[in-house]
Design a protein around this ligand. Structure first.
Ligand code: UDP
Length: 469
């Protein structure tokens, strides 16, 4: 009887909005175009966020979700690194995950387990059930190349980071990357994060396939190189750009911001956001505020509370939307009232980027944000903060030429003058116009990837056929 059931996929997103969002978009496609059903099994630490729920509650009925019992994180110190926390949340949920998967295998025709880029520890569970495990890599092909490259680097340079090369090239023809722009975790060899990433780099041949949220025409050379790495990585499936349609419910504050955009001239507004996890120091927030003000350009700024000791402080902790904005410079809100809009903590980003009034995006370069910008033809000011974001910034500026990048001073602060100049360059110069033209070309390339015979459409069909044999 089971054979008559639709094929079912179990998806396991590790904590992080970016991971959840791209997996749900992939699930929607499987359901809509290939008649699959999907269950999300969600490991978490007890702090699931409203933003997560807003995504999950809007899913079609053939996609179910259930939160696993909260992982016991009581003995993890408060300063535990994000990457460690993400992985511990999963490893400490494995026995509950095993049970849920077993139950699914009994009640559905379970054909595959799909985990995200930190989901390695779940591979064994798929093995136990006799279903193949696949990985959904929610960042770009270039960063995947960089992780595989770490294996080589590790053999070549055995000492601390001062012995590291000044520049690296992941494969012939690849854009050269300054060492300082490598993924955080890779830069310091003695750290726990480095060991984790190296450990991950050695496991990419374990899944039956690696899906990448990017498309061939965006990163042709990186994909070519990945596809030639037999034995180092499983078969590669470029399946992107998978981004939200932005139709999930927003809060009343967010509606306000869209109404405000309705009243602004076409292409005149700069949207400013550092993603779900990104935070700035108090000083940096001040500089940014003055920079925005000085530029004189219209803006929508998603503001999060400052964090002076980390750049990703809101990754696990949702900020409260009606927190007072005490950290903004005095009088800032009044002075910018006519041309600026401040949205505390979370904004309907996809709707903002697809709004005709939006003409630029000052972004931390999280990969979802980058794709959302490209698909809407919005050029970028790259202000990378952590993880693989600097690598994305290199790709956007040097390779794709759709962005310009801010330069921090020696103390790591991006000064107001620098900010206002970048804004003027993007929003009102010949250079900005060229970036806009380039990103418009990419927008069409992205649409083509999902046309009827587009490269990503075909890859997803290929997977659906494999799974539904
Ligand atoms: N996002 C949003 N509103 C916000 C901040 C972020 O809707 O105020 C969404 C954004 O559209 C994107 C995701 O959250 O889809 C962030 O993912 P990204 O990979 O850009 O960055 P991360 O949050 O993982 O650093």
């Amino acid at each position: 009887a089971a054979a008559r059931n639709p094929p079912h996929i179990a998806m396991v997103p590790t904590p992080g909005m970016g991971h959840l969002i791209s997996l749900t978009e992939f699930a929607k496609r499987l359901v809509r175009y290939h008649n699959f059903t999907v269950t999300f099994l969600i490991p978490h630490d007890g702090n699931s966020t409203k933003s997560q729920l807003s995504i999950l509650e809007g899913l079609p009925t053939s996609i179910s979700y259930s939160f696993l019992p909260p992982a016991d994180m009581s003995n993890t110190p408060a300063d535990t690194l994000i990457l460690t926390r993400v992985i511990l949340t999963l490893t400490r949920s494995l026995s509950d995950l095993r049970e849920s998967l077993r139950a699914l295998a009994e009640s559905t025709r379970l054909v595959a387990l799909l985990v995200d880029l930190f989901g390695f520890p779940a591979f064994d569970l798929a093995g136990e059930l006799g279903v193949p495990a696949y990985m959904f890599y929610s960042c770009n092909a270039l960063s995947l190349c960089s992780i595989l490259y770490v294996r080589k680097l590790d053999q070549k340079y055995t000492c601390e980071s001062q012995d590291s090369p000044e520049q690296v090239q992941f494969f012939p023809g690849c854009v050269p990357v300054q060492w300082a722009d490598m993924i955080d975790a890779v830069q310091e060899r003695q750290t726990e994060n480095y060991k984790r990433v190296l450990g991950m780099a050695k496991q990419y041949q374990r899944p039956a396939g690696v899906l990448v949220n990017s498309f061939v025409d965006l990163e042709p050379a990186a994909f070519k190189s990945l596809m030639q790495k037999d034995g180092e990585i499983a078969p590669i499936y470029p399946v992107g750009p998978l981004i939200r349609d932005g139709l999930e419910k927003g809060s009343s504050g967010s509606d306000l911001c869209l109404r405000w955009l309705d009243d602004q001239p076409n292409g005149s507004v700069l949207y400013v956001s550092f993603g779900s996890g990104g935070t700035l120091s108090r000083d940096q927030i001040k500089e940014l505020a003055f920079g925005l003000e000085e530029s004189g350009h219209r803006f929508v700024w998603v503001v999060k509370s400052p964090s002076d000791d980390s750049k990703n402080a809101s990754f696990f902790k949702e900020q409260i939307a009606d927190e007072p904005l005490w950290f903004l410079p005095e009088g800032f809100l009044e002075r910018t009232k006519g041309f600026g809009m401040v949205v505390p903590s979370w904004a309907p980003q996809v709707q903002i980027l697809s709004h005709g009034s939006t003409g630029g995006f000052l972004s931390h370069c999280g990969w979802n944000s980058v794709l959302e910008s490209i698909i809407n033809g919005v050029p970028i000011i790259a202000w990378p903060l952590f993880a693989e974001q600097r690598l994305n910034a290199v790709e956007l500026t040097t390779d794709l030429k759709v962005a310009l990048r801010v330069k921090p001073n020696d103390g790591g602060v991006v000064e107001r003058r620098q900010i206002s100049e970048c804004i003027k360059r993007l929003m009102a110069s010949e250079e900005g116009k060229m970036l806009r033209e380039r990103v418009t070309a990419l927008r069409f390339a992205a649409a083509t990837a999902f046309a009827k015979d587009g490269s990503s459409t075909k890859k997803i069909s290929e997977l659906a056929d494999i799974w539904n044999h």
